[in-house]
Design a protein around this ligand. Structure first.
Ligand SMILES: [Fe+2]
Length: 381
């Protein structure tokens, strides 16, 4: 019975996390997040308490002799057994399948820079949650510079070796401070990428929107840079953020597309700011033939990208879960797909999807999930 109790609690926890992640993938007002947190926390705690209350000392066996008779008792028993099945079967199977998943990147290498060590001080800043930065083992200042090589079947020959710097989720809000971001942008500039793609969640407060020009202005690129906004930006003054981004020389895609020339070949770059700022871009007049690169804040737009012939989609938003567990991986991932697209590369033919863990986050805490910036090198498959 103890085993059944443990399995049921674990399964219930999984269901609540799935529900939490799903709600967080929707375009809800900012304050709704706190309510969602509270409701799910309450339901997680209430379940084992209610279970013990309904089945004192977990005897008699479930479904027999329960004082709560009738339909409710049957319904409760069904839910408990469902939770136990999820806890004992679905969760381990899902974890095993995730561990077996192959990274479609041709090559991946990375180096980790402890920004605090390089600066000679902790770039703590002044956010109200800055105390989290002092937690032992917190990785928020350990940026991972990732280099990935991706094979793409429709890549023009002239683009073999083309590089894209993918940045996401800077979350300017005080912690880490500006020195941290300056350091990271300087390392990105050292890469000298051909293109830059910034996939949203740039600022988290009106005061910190002023960091955009001095920080992102340090980036360098050979051909063009593109930016879209994320859900955290849309809670601020979006036109001000866009103006500041344009001052850095970036093309800001307001849920639309642009055709550019790259090494003599056409490329269509699409910005998808849905579901927060708009529903979805209108591609009716967009030429079909050129290679399509899509910047979408959330990976939840993958289905849209596949149905619109996107070759490469770059996303962020989910931060890799921020706190990951050995073998098990991520838990809290704000996506309608749960943790399916938490970070990395996914082959969703005809679309190849890259999801960045982001440079920072709403809360300055990360475990087994370092912040990242990524240089993607494209090769013809
Ligand atoms: Fe974010």
């Amino acid at each position: 019975m103890i085993l059944l109790f443990a399995g049921a609690c674990l399964g219930h926890l999984v269901l609540m996390i799935l529900s939490h992640n799903w709600w967080y993938g929707l375009a809800l007002p900012r304050k709704a997040g706190t309510i969602i947190h509270l409701i799910h926390a309450l339901l997680i705690v209430a379940f084992p308490v209610a279970l013990i209350e309904a089945y004192p000392f977990l005897t008699p066996p479930l479904g027999e002799g329960s004082e709560a008779g009738g339909d409710w008792s049957q319904l409760a028993t069904f839910y408990i057994l469902l939770c136990a099945a999820i806890g004992f079967l679905a969760l381990p199977i899902d974890t095993l399948l995730r561990l077996r998943r192959r990274d479609p990147s041709l090559n991946r290498q990375s180096r980790i820079l402890d920004v605090a060590k390089h600066l000679g001080r902790l770039p703590i800043g002044d956010d109200k949650e800055r105390f989290l930065a002092y937690l032992p083992g917190n990785e928020i200042f350990e940026i991972e510079l990732v280099e990935r090589t991706l094979a793409l079947p429709r890549l023009p020959d002239a683009w073999d070796g083309l590089t894209i710097l993918h940045l996401s989720d800077l979350h300017f809000k005080g912690t880490p401070n500006r020195d941290y971001f300056r350091f990271v942008m300087d390392r990105c500039a050292d890469w000298q990428p051909d293109l830059v793609a910034l996939t949203g969640d740039i600022a988290d407060s009106t005061r910190h929107m002023r960091w955009i020009v001095p920080v992102l202005g340090r980036l360098r690129w050979r051909i063009a840079a593109f930016a879209i906004l994320g859900n955290h930006d849309h809670w601020l003054d979006v036109s001000y953020i866009r103006r500041r981004l344009r001052r850095t020389g970036m093309n800001v895609l307001v849920n639309n597309w642009q055709k550019i020339e790259v090494r003599g070949e056409p490329m269509v770059v699409v910005g998808h700011e849905g579901p927060w700022l708009h529903s979805e871009p209108d591609l009716r007049d967009c030429p079909r033939e050129p290679f399509r690169l899509c910047l979408s804040h959330t990976p939840d737009n993958t289905r849209w990208a596949r149905s619109h012939g996107v070759d490469l989609m770059l996303s962020g938003h989910v931060h890799g879960g921020q706190i990951r567990f050995p073998l098990f991986g991520s838990v809290l991932v704000p996506s309608r797909h749960g943790r399916r697209y938490d970070c990395g590369v996914f082959n969703e033919s005809p679309t190849l999807l890259h999801v960045s863990r982001g440079v920072s986050g709403d809360h300055p805490i990360r475990y087994l999930c370092r912040p990242e910036v990524t240089l993607l090198t494209l090769r013809r498959a």
